[in-house]
Design a protein around this ligand. Structure first.
Ligand code: PLP
Length: 380
């Protein structure tokens, strides 16, 4: 394959170091379940899965399509589908042996039918509604679910019971998270009185896994922090105040492109669509062959910065669909096809996902997952 003009590098050592950090954090008995949905948070579904699979018990994705892609790429570990699988696809999902999160009766009954047709027991994970009000079984419906599971015990196995925290990253006050944990435990107890004890109890995302031992149960579903990012500043602050000080996370992804043209322009020249930038001095511009199609958000127009020759270069004018102009007047020696870092480190300089998220008024999750999945992911 010819050398790509824009690509994403995945730091294998950093990824595996983060994984070891979580292994130390949760101990040897809790299963690690990397969340590799959304193209492994932009890092490359198959690339990340191949690296982490030997060290983990499970892999979690959002959709059936992602689960199928993982299997096709050779993943052998159990795959948990966190999101909704359409009823028409339940048989396919069951046949493939995927674990499915279930939060409605129609899906449960559909999986029971699939299990009977296949002559095997489909592993289901009941997701309990504890305050997120997204996917989940409300407490009043638990008896009906338990009855359905009991009736379909030849076709279904209760492999897991889960929940998801609504307000564990966004705050240093974890009262709501604690109330969710109480509701989850109550749900488990209720199921136990109906004779249902799952093999895997799981609640923890990154922030929960980092901050609270009591959320670990049997398996932790770690996403953002596996990729080397704190879920939020609040989580970092909470970890310091709770003295979880041994945790060091290493960003895994570097997003790179190359200079496609250099242009010297006079003072007063306009740059890009809408003429939204006008040079105030004689300037040297570098044109980068990456734009919002690549995932470099148009909101970074006139405010983003990239790294070239280890120095920062500000974005000038609007980010185009496939191109972005940056000012390299103050960076000596920039040459055609010089490597440019859009996100990541170059020497001592760094543009983090957190920096871009702050500029864009969003969270690192969104910055990372928006990197176009068709760009090559290269493991280094
Ligand atoms: C159900 C579920 N579990 C775990 C995660 C992982 O969360 P995080 O990336 O904060 O670790 C997510 C992410 O959105 C999720 O939806």
């Amino acid at each position: 394959m010819p050398r790509p003009i824009t690509w994403v590098e995945i730091d294998r050592d950093a990824l595996l170091a983060n994984l070891r950090t979580f292994r130390r954090r949760v101990g040897p008995r809790v299963a690690l379940c990397p969340v590799v949905k959304a193209n492994a948070y932009g890092h490359g579904l198959t690339e990340v899965a191949r690296l982490v699979e030997p060290h983990v018990g499970f892999l979690a994705v959002q959709s059936l399509e992602e689960a199928v892609a993982l299997r096709r790429a050779g993943a052998r570990k159990p795959i948990l589908i966190l999101g909704y699988v359409p009823r028409a696809a339940l048989h396919t999902a069951a046949r493939a042996g995927f674990h499915l999160s279930v939060s409605n009766r129609e899906s449960l009954l559909g999986l029971a039918r699939a299990g009977r047709r296949l002559g095997s027991r489909v592993p289901v994970h009941l997701e309990l509604e504890t305050g997120t009000h997204r996917l989940g079984v409300v407490p009043e419906d638990l008896p009906a679910f338990a009855a359905a599971l009991h009736e379909a015990r030849d076709a279904l196995t209760l492999a897991g019971v889960s929940t998801h925290f609504a307000n564990i990253e966004d705050t240093t006050n974890h009262t709501f998270a604690r109330s969710q944990l109480r509701a989850y435990r109550a749900g488990l107890e209720r199921l136990a009185t109906m004779g249902l004890r799952p093999r895997l109890r799981h609640t923890a995302c990154s922030a929960a896994a980092i901050l609270f031992d009591e959320t670990h149960f049997d398996l932790v579903r770690v996403g953002i922090s596996l990729y080397g990012h704190w879920p939020s500043r609040e989580t970092l602050v909470s970890s310091r105040t709770r003295r979880v000080t041994h945790l060091r996370l290493r960003p895994v992804l570097t997003w790179k492109t190359r200079v496609a043209q250099l242009q010297d322009v006079p003072a007063g020249a306009t740059v890009g669509y809408g003429c939204s930038h006008r040079t105030t001095r004689r300037s040297r511009l570098a044109v980068l062959p990456s734009g919002y199609w690549d995932g470099y958000d148009r909101g970074l127009s006139n405010i983003g910065r990239v790294l070239v020759r280890g120095q920062e270069a500000p974005v000038r004018g609007r980010v185009c669909m496939n191109m972005t102009m940056v000012d390299v007047t103050d960076v000596p020696g920039v040459a055609l096809e010089d490597e440019v870092v859009l996100l990541g480190a170059q020497g001592p300089a760094q543009v983090s996902a957190e920096d871009l998220a702050t500029l864009l008024g969003t969270i690192p999750y969104e910055v990372l997952t928006r990197i176009n999945p068709t760009l090559p992911r290269v493991v280094v």
